[in-house]
Design a protein around this ligand. Structure first.
Ligand code: BG6
Length: 493
């Protein structure tokens, strides 16, 4: 499906996300001929004009993308800028003639994609201000609005935000972006599960012992201390990205691949998460915060010394949770999920641990059967199983069969933002979070937020380690251990 001609309005155009992710994504889509006629109107408070905005974006693209002067010039000629005081409804009037002019010039029939890449405090304001000038109305072309995360701050604020946006945009116009859903390997999970005959029969409580999901980052909070401190690992990574990944692992096959059918299944998983009790938050949850350490001979700051972080902050930079899904497929199977900053590697992976044989014929320590789905980096799938160790006797050793995405070198793999922007322009919301799933996710994590607010323990861990010792104990209670992946899926992980 091709995109319709359209105008993309980016609110927060002078911000980080715009030049780091959105403009590069649009540039690549343009370069590979994936866009029809389009214009990009950057909107922010800063007093830029078309030329200065183009210049800034050009510099950013030169830094990160492979460019040629011709494509760069051609792309930048589609960029425009309008300074607006984004909290003043009257000022949005300036957008009306600008958009009219662009719609005419690019024959976009009024089709407009609004991207809210602003501080979250504006997510409720922008739709109302647009509506004050009729810019939400679909009588002349479609109007869609992309909302960046975080969608709300907790269960209550997420509901309030929904009410605010729904006053001016209908659900089919709202695209809640979760860039993890745009990752090729996350989507591949569905194809792996539902287009092969041999995984699905084993994909349940009868054969799976437990599931591990890791979203590890080696970087700290970098320059984002101010934002991160109000968020923490739970809101920044777990409530959205990792729960969406968990839903992809656990969902039932959708009746058909379309936005509603897929998102019905995701929502069912979210609703089936066993509610966390007080006992769970005390014994099946570990929160942590990194402390200063030396990594590879370099001094690394602790979280409390990071810029923008209050010296007494209790914000968690790590969390690990054991949770369960209460349905026929998964009853009793633990899902261990962890995420953190300043861990030893940047790696996101899912490990499906299968049950052992009912009786150990060859050796007491036969290798476990597991399927490792590496989401990033070095996207790969690795099956681990036991085979005979050469030589006398019948000792089993672990071997692996690996598939690496890099082997499909001739395919042009879209980055997450490229894929999701393209889908939004096509009107395909399959890979965007739907309101019911977002609320169910907030509802599920609310006891964690309450626990922390009530003074729940935040353990320390040294930067460069796999989190607090308590996280090891959490999984060790059932005789299991976390996998300690390296950042590479080369030969042996
Ligand atoms: C973002 C978080 O949503 O995801 C960041 O705000 C985090 O803190 C990032 O670093 C991780 O994304 P990725 O694609 O690098 O795994």
């Amino acid at each position: 499906m091709q995109t319709n001609n359209n105008c993309i309005v980016i609110f927060g155009a002078s911000g980080d996300l715009t030049h780091r992710k959105l403009i590069p994504a649009l540039y690549n889509l343009f370069k590979f001929g994936r866009l029809n006629k389009f214009s990009v109107l950057g909107v922010a408070r800063s007093e830029l004009n078309d030329d200065t905005f183009r210049e800034k974006m050009r510099e950013a693209l030169l830094e990160t993308e492979e460019t040629t002067p011709e494509t760069l010039d051609a792309f930048c000629s589609h960029l425009y800028y309008q300074a607006v005081n984004t909290s003043d409804a009257a000022d949005y009037g300036k957008l009306v003639p600008r958009l009219e002019e662009l719609h005419t010039k690019y024959q976009t029939n009024g089709n407009t994609l609004y991207y809210m890449s602003t501080p979250p405090s504006l997510y409720g304001v922008i739709p109302e201000c647009l509506a004050a000038h009729g810019l939400n109305e679909e009588k002349d072309g479609w109007k869609r609005i992309i909302v960046e995360k975080p969608f709300g701050y907790d269960e209550k604020t997420a509901q309030e935000l929904d009410v605010q946006i729904h006053r001016f945009f209908e659900e089919h116009q709202i695209y809640r972006i979760d860039h993890y859903l745009g990752k090729e390997t996350v989507q591949n999970l569905l194809v792996l599960r539902f287009s092969n005959g041999w995984f699905e029969p084993l994909w349940n409580r009868n054969f799976i012992d437990y599931v591990e999901i890791t979203g590890a980052e080696s970087i700290g909070v970098e320059e984002r201390g101010g934002y991160y401190d109000g968020s923490g690992a739970m809101r920044d990574m777990f409530q959205n990205h990792l729960l969406q990944v968990l839903a992809m692992v656990a969902m039932e096959p959708p009746a058909i691949i379309n936005a509603n059918s897929m998102r019905d299944e995701v929502a069912k998983v979210m609703h089936s998460l066993r509610p966390l009790t007080q006992d769970d938050v005390e014994h099946n949850l570990v929160l942590g915060q990194y402390t200063a350490a030396e990594i590879d001979g370099k001094e690394v700051k602790g979280y409390l010394q990071e810029k923008g972080v209050p010296a007494n902050s209790r914000t968690e930079t790590f969390m690990a949770l054991r949770c369960e899904i209460e349905n026929w497929r998964w009853a009793g199977v633990p899902f261990y999920v962890r995420t953190g900053k300043r861990l030893p590697a940047r790696v996101t992976e899912i490990v499906i641990h299968f049950k052992t044989t009912p009786h150990p014929v060859f050796s007491q320590n036969a290798p476990e059967n597991k399927l490792i789905i590496r989401i990033q980096p070095d996207e790969a799938i690795s099956m681990r199983f036991g085979l005979k160790k050469p030589g006398a006797g019948f000792e089993a050793k672990e071997v692996s069969m690996d598939f690496r995405y890099a082997d499909l070198a001739d395919e042009q793999v879209l980055t997450a933002y490229e894929r999701l922007l393209l889908d939004a322009m096509k009107g395909d919301a399959t890979l965007f979070a739907r309101t019911d799933a977002v609320h169910a996710a907030w509802k599920f994590v609310q006891p964690i937020l309450d626990y922390k607010d009530a003074g729940g323990r935040v353990h320390e861990y040294e930067a460069g380690t796999w989190g607090p010792v308590a996280a090891e104990k959490l999984i060790a209670k059932s005789g299991r251990v976390w996998r300690k992946p390296s950042g590479k899926m080369k030969k042996k992980v």
